[in-house]
Design a protein around this ligand. Sequence first.
Ligand code: NAP
Length: 247
Amino acid sequence: MDLNNTTKTVLVTGGSRGIGAAISLELGTQKFNVIVNYNTKVDEANAIVDQIKKQGGNAIAIQANIAIPEESERLFREIETAYGQVDILVNNAGITRDKSFRKMQKTEWDEVINTNLSSAYNTSQLAIHKMIEQKYGRIINISSVIGQSGGFGQTNYAAAKAGLIGFSKSLALETAKYGITVNCICPGFIKTEMVAAMPTEVLASIVAKIPAASLGSPSDIAKGVAFLIDAPYITGQCLNINGGLYM
Ligand code: NAP
C-alpha cells in the first residue's frame, strides 16, 4: 500500500476542547481525515468539525468514553465504517481529580488512571495491528510536565502521565521496525479550561516560575503534534513544550 498518496486518518481523543481542539483544527488544515472524539459535550465537538469543514477539511465527531474498553471498540468500529483504519493516533483525552494523597479516594485514583493511562492501552491496542500491517503509524501521547516533576495533590495524575512516558518508550521499541513512531508531548501549563479550574493564586504562583513568564497556548501543542507526525526518525521521545518550566 502506497501511503504517500492516500489521505491519512487521525484520531484525536478528547479532540473537542482545549488542547485536543487545537490539534484537531491544526491537522484539519493539513488534509487529514480528522476524528474528533469527545465524551460529553457534543456541541463543542460539532463546532470543531464545522470549523474544519469550513476550511475545506474532512472531519467527523464520534462520542466514546475511551476509559471504557467496549466504548473504545465501538469508536474504532465507527471509524472503520467512515474512513477505514486509524493511521495516526493522538491520545489526548485527560482529566484531573486533584486531592492530597491522604484524602484521595480509590474512585478518584481509578478515574484518573483509567481516563489518562488505561485509555492509551485501549486505543493503541485497537490501532496498532493495522499500523504494523501497513508498516506506517504515528502514536502521540499527551503526557504532562507533572509526569516528569510530580505535582502537589496530583499523585493520581502524575502516576498516569509518568506511566504514559514509559508506555510510549516501550511501544516505540517494539514497533520502530514497522515504520511506526511512538512519542510523548509533555506540555507545561496551557491556557485551557483544565487550567482555568485552578485557584487564581495557585496559577499566579506557577506562572511566576515559568521562564517564559506566561501560560502556553493550545496551538503550541498542536504544532508539536504536527511536527512529530512529519518526523519518521524520532521515536520514544518526550517533546517538552513548557516555556522552560522543566528542562
Ligand atoms: P480540557 O480542556 O479539560 O479538555 C479535555 C478533553 O478531553 C475534552 O475534549 C473532553 O471531552 C475529553 N475527555 C475527557 N474525558 C474523556 C473520556 N473519558 N473519553 C473521551 N474524551 C474525554 O483539557 P486540556 O487542558 O485540553 O488537556 C488535554 C490533555 O492535555 C489532557 O490529557 C491533559 O492532561 C493534558 N495536559 C494539559 C495541560 C494544561 O495545562 N491544560 C498541561 C499538561 C498536560 P468532553 O468535553 O466531551 O468531556
